[in-house]
Ligand binder design. Structure first.
Ligand SMILES: [Zn+2]
Length: 317
């Protein structure tokens, strides 16, 4: 289905999207349909309230659907997955795959706007834009550029939301609160009981649960007419965004990783990057110069990296 239009002609809504048939597009389609569903749910609000409770809510709706849709249980119902074992190994594999999406994304989403706050506040000077971006990438994600960088490069612009000036914190918020929403909906659907190890939150599918659907619909129908904590409370009983949902979801993987990392003696954390970053106006000329400029320019972030390492070592004990 290369570059074809995806249309649901029976529903009162449709989206037009260039897709290929992959799992990623399957999930992206649900994400985009989540936005549409939100529009439909708050369409009767006065026009100024026809918005998400906050931008993070808008991003979370479709992802909440995706959390159910991507379970092996649901994929089997849809005939997209053959019958396979439902054991600890397959659960850990499923969670690991989800973790690479949902957990790995968090520091990136956070730092992208952290970088922009520096730009907007003027605490990051234009001649330091690229350098500051990579400082954050290394300190928070443990990622380094593939090749030496200078201020001639402007790597943040490779991200659509930077070039198009779209605020990014909404995705960070979404990746936290979608697990709070998912947990509550799963309880309403009778698919999850906290503390019951035989019913993992990562295996919950709210498909066809009108109780869960109606509860979600009620929250979405508010649009932005109430402060977001009111909307959140209506569905979850919680007035604050917190990581309890995401932690609960990934608990079996967290336990497994702790044991596995102890068993293999895995180093937790990362070493400081040795990739050079130079000021284009004052190109580095010798290795000594690298050392000298590194010491001052990266003083702050080296401290951060060091404290991350110290923390990791403490955790290992
Ligand atoms: Zn979106």
């Amino acid at each position: 289905m290369d570059h074809k239009v995806l249309i649901n002609s029976n529903a009162p809504s449709r989206i037009k999207q260039c897709t290929t048939i992959t799992k990623n597009f399957f999930l992206t389609t649900h994400h985009e349909m989540g936005h549409i569903q939100y529009y439909l749910q708050y369409k009767d609000q006065p026009v100024i309230y026809r918005a998400g409770a906050n931008p993070g809510f808008h991003e979370a709706v479709g992802d909440v659907m995706s959390l159910s849709v991507s379970t092996p249980k649901h994929l089997r119902v849809m005939g997209l997955l053959e019958d396979g074992p439902d054991d600890l190994e397959s659960n850990i594999n499923q969670l690991y795959k989800m973790g690479l999406d949902k957990i790995v994304f968090l520091p990136f989403a956070y730092l992208l706007d952290l970088f922009r706050y520096g730009v907007f506040r003027g605490t990051t000077a234009p001649q330091d834009y690229n350098c500051h971006f990579w400082q954050l990438r290394e300190a928070l994600q443990g990622v380094e550029p593939a090749a030496p960088r200078t201020e001639e490069d402007f790597d943040p612009a490779a991200k659509y939301h930077i070039a198009a000036d779209v605020e990014y914190m909404r995705y960070y918020i979404s990746y936290i609160i979608q697990f709070q929403f998912h947990r509550s909906l799963c309880q309403l659907a009778g698919e999850y009981t906290p503390g019951d190890a035989s019913n993992l939150l990562s295996n919950c599918d709210i498909y066809k649960s009108t109780t869960a659907g109606n509860a979600l619909g009620k929250m979405l129908q508010l649009g932005s007419s109430k402060p977001w904590p009111d909307a959140m409370e209506m569905l979850t009983g919680q007035r604050k965004m917190d990581a309890s949902g995401v932690l609960e979801y990934f608990q079996p993987l967290h336990d497994w990783l702790k044991t596995e990392n102890e068993r293999t003696g895995e180093y937790i954390g990362w070493e400081p990057s040795t990739i050079r970053q130079s000021d284009s106006r004052h190109p580095l000329s010798s290795p000594e110069r690298v050392e000298a400029s590194g010491a001052t320019r990266y003083g702050t972030y080296l401290t951060t990296t060091k404290s991350l390492k110290t923390k990791a070592t403490t955790n290992k004990k």
